[in-house]
Design a binder for this molecule. Structure first.
Ligand code: NI
Length: 227
C-alpha cells in the first residue's frame, strides 16, 4: 500500500531546510548504494558525517514521531536516521530495490527495511521530470508531492526517480522497520483504525461498538506485532 502523508513539515520548516541545504557540501550519491543500485544511481547526497545531516535528520525524526497519520500507516518500530538528496538536471536513479537490511548510523544495530519513505523538499513547480515511480501489483505509480509531504511505500517494491529535465529536486529519504512486517496485515490495521476513528467522531468514545473494535485492534496488534 502506498500512503501519501501531507504536512510532515510546514512550508516555513521547508524554507529553513532549503536555506541550509543551499550552502551545504554535496557528495556523490553512490556512497550509500549497494553495488547493483550504484550502477543506476546518479544523484548527490549530504554526507552521513556532516553535522548538518544530523541536525536536519533530528528535525525530520521529531516531525514523524509527532505525526498521527504517519504513526497509523507505518506502525514504526525502528527508523533509520533520514538522509538528504538532490537531483540536478539529467540526474536520475534507475529502477532498483532498496537493501533489505541496513545498519543504524552510529550503532552496530541492524534493522529490516519494511517501508521506504521520501519526504519532498521541493515544490512540484520547481522541476520537471524527477517523478518517484513505484511498481506494485497494480502497475506503476508516479509520485510527485508538494514540499513538506511524504510518501510511504513497501520496500519490497522496485522503484526509480526519473531523470530531471529542468530545475533541481531536493528530498529526504529513510526507511522504517514496522512493528507489523506484513504489508497486508498492516493495511488491515490501518483500515480498522480509520474506521474506529470515524465511528468515535460520529458516536463518541463510549459507544459500545467503538470499545469492541478498539479491543479487536489491540488484540490484532498483540497477535501480529514484533517488538
Ligand atoms: Ni531506493
Amino acid at each position: 500500500m502506498i500512503h501519501h502523508i501531507p504536512n510532515i513539515l510546514t512550508k516555513q520548516q521547508v524554507a529553513e531546510f532549503r536555506a541550509l541545504m543551499d550552502t551545504a557540501q554535496w557528495v556523490n550519491g553512490k556512497v550509500t548504494a549497494g553495488t547493483l543500485s550504484a550502477s543506476v544511481k546518479h544523484n548527490q547526497q549530504l554526507s552521513e558525517q556532516d553535522p548538518l545531516t544530523h541536525h536536519l535528520s533530528d528535525l525530520v525524526i521529531q516531525a514523524i514521531w509527532n505525526n498521527p497519520a504517519f504513526q497509523t500507516a507505518a506502525l514504526p518500530h525502528h527508523i533509520i536516521p533520514p538522509l538528504f538528496n538532490r537531483y540536478d538536471e539529467h540526474e536520475s536513479f534507475g529502477f532498483h530495490v532498496d537493501n533489505s537490511i541496513r545498519l543504524i548510523r552510529g550503532t552496530s544495530q541492524q534493522m529490516r527495511t519494511d517501508l521506504s519513505c521520501t519526504l519532498f523538499l521541493s515544490e512540484p513547480e520547481e522541476y520537471d521530470g524527477g517523478d518517484l515511480v513505484i511498481e506494485d501489483t497494480y502497475g506503476y505509480h508516479e509520485v510527485k508531492l508538494p514540499a513538506g509531504d511524504l510518501v510511504l511505500y513497501p520496500s519490497t517494491s522496485l522503484h526509480e526517480v526519473s531523470s530531471i529535465t529542468r530545475g533541481s529536486r531536493f528530498a529526504s529519504f529513510f526507511w522504517v522497520q514496522s512493528l507489523v512486517r506484513d504489508d497486508t496485515k498492516r493495511h488491515l490495521l490501518f483500515n480498522l483504525d480509520e474506521t474506529v476513528r470515524s465511528l468515535r467522531i460520529q458516536h463518541g468514545d463510549g459507544y459500545p461498538e467503538v470499545v469492541k473494535l478498539t479491543n479487536i485492534y489491540h488484540n490484532l496488534m498483540r497477535m501480529w506485532s514484533e517488538v
